[in-house]
Ligand binder design. Sequence first.
Ligand code: RIB
Length: 296
Amino acid sequence: MLKILVIGSINMDYVCTVDELPKKGETLLSNGFVDSGGGKGANQAVAARRLGAEVAMIGAVGKDVSGDKLIDSLRKEGINVDYIKRVDIPTGNAIVTVDKNGDNTIVVYSGANFQVDEELINSYEAVIEDNDFIILQLEIPMNTVLYSAKLAKKHGKKVVLNPAPAKELPKEIYEYIDYITPNETELARITGIDDIKLASKELVNRGAKNVVVTLGEKGSYYLGDGELEVESFKIEAVDTTAAGDSFNGALAVALGEGKSIEEALKYANAVGALTTTKIGAQVSLPYKEEVKEFLK
Ligand code: RIB
């Protein structure tokens, strides 16, 4: 079975639904509330697991109730949680607002996630060696992301970097990454270029082997071994939270199972679209069978 290791964040999401996103200085009454497992890392792990991969996660949570709940729920998903450390800092959380169009704002308190350090990664070198794909995001310290990518490449693993939330990337990281997967905003932020094709070319010039840009309702764009534009699926979105995360989990699963890049993008677009049909992060991630049915 395909083995995927996610090294990244684990958050408790507090989601309020509102008609309009709040403006500066405004107090709003929410018309609904959900708390849900979140964090880009954990979301990507759950997405990959529900799509059929064997998944393990390296991360950190606090010694608190949220930490207990999140570990428990990842374990129930069938994810190997043995490499998640408990620290004396509160579990990461995210305050999410979602409006009536499904658009959101997310503020993250990193907390325990910033305790995922090089030492922890080093202690799990054998775990990295034992997996096929390593998925990384930017909600843990940048030096840990760089170190993990380097270690993964040393062992010849496929490395997916979802550069979210967008931050300046160290120049040397590109040589360790097989797939870099920004959305439109992240791509512009990382490169300083607004045009999607030119910005993707810039990432290739920096050393990225394959660039996959998620474009929401416009689908996705690929530059690497050729160039591709793959359309999205038209679907009524109620909450876009974790759509990018499920896309990343799905991309790794599809590529790991031997699909072509075009088929993998179509599959990941479908998984991303399905994720927007429910409120919340992990609660909205689709299972393999649902995706199969949807693609019919
Ligand atoms: O990508 C969505 C995720 O971003 C949320 O689950 C939240 O926790 C933040 O990490």
